[in-house]
Design a protein around this ligand. Structure first.
Ligand code: BTN
Length: 259
């Protein structure tokens, strides 16, 4: 369950986590680091060295955290849950993995006692403020194709500078309880991605507040404004602009107004 590697704390911090890692689910080992550049990069390197799926890494602080679309993801030590999970998914399912991770994170935050929503593709919102972001990166190499699923969640941001779970529920939150909820929920949704992708899409539609709104999608090669009508089978956002419907795969979405 734990390994002795320099700079790694291999203690599994709670009984619940210990049970989860030794149970029938897909997560089998958790490494806890005080500081790392990026948990996604750390896990990606492990995967390239042949690490099989099932490893999870949690850090107290990242010095080079990565966000979607090449942006940085910043934290202050002790304020955030910074976690990456290594999973194997069949070839046809990877585009739904980011949506599954968004659903799992939203559910885990709700277990702490606050209602959440999703902004496409997988920003987790409390009210209209982002509390969590997800970055899924594919990795090949020895051991076959795997996904690194990275989750950054604001647990308690001092001074209320950013939305956080603790600020929403008006009490401190237990990071390891949220880790357990998240790992259980992610395991379930990753199973659904393969077994019944329509169930995943239906659950996603119920929680995604982007759908039905006028939005602006900012992509690497331009901006499209339109009405977010639905997601397609791959989880792309279907934007209605005049007579056309355009499927958007990778973009930052701004909600313009409710309709
Ligand atoms: C976003 O831009 O919304 C996605 C942010 C993802 C941040 C998390 S923190 C843990 C993991 N490691 C990283 O470097 N990034 C992800």
């Amino acid at each position: 369950m734990g390994r002795s590697l320099d700079g790694e704390n291999v203690t599994v911090p709670t009984d619940r986590l210990q049970r989860l890692l030794s149970g029938p689910g897909r997560w089998r080992e958790l490494v806890h680091l005080e500081e790392v550049g990026s948990t996604n990069e750390w896990l990606r390197r492990r995967a390239l060295d042949g690490e099989p799926a099932g490893l999870v890494v949690v850090a107290d602080h990242q010095t080079a955290g990565r966000g979607r679309l090449g942006r940085p993801w910043e934290d202050r030590p002790g304020t955030s849950l910074l976690m990456s999970c290594l999973a194997t998914m069949p070839d046809r399912s990877p585009t739904l993995v980011p949506l599954a991770a968004g659903l799992a994170t939203a559910e885990a935050v709700e277990q702490a006692g606050v209602v959440t929503a999703l902004k496409w593709p997988n920003d987790v919102l409390i009210g209209d403020q982002k509390v969590a972001g997800i970055l899924v990166e594919g990795v090949a190499g020895e051991g076959g194709p795997r996904q690194v699923i990275g989750i950054g969640l604001n647990l308690d941001w001092p001074g209320g500078e950013r939305a956080s779970v603790a600020a929403a529920v008006l009490r401190p939150v237990d990071r390891w309880e949220i880790v357990c909820e998240l790992l259980e929920s992610l395991d379930r949704w990753l199973t659904v991605v393969v077994a019944d992708p329509e169930e995943l899409r239906a659950a996603y539609r119920r929680r995604c507040v982007t759908l039905g709104r006028e939005v602006r999608a900012i992509m690497a090669d331009g901006v499209i404004a339109g009405r977010a009508e639905d997601i397609d089978d791959e989880g792309h956002l279907l934007l209605r602009t005049g007579e056309r419907t355009i499927a958007v795969g990778a973009a930052d979405v701004e909600h313009l107004r409710a309709v």
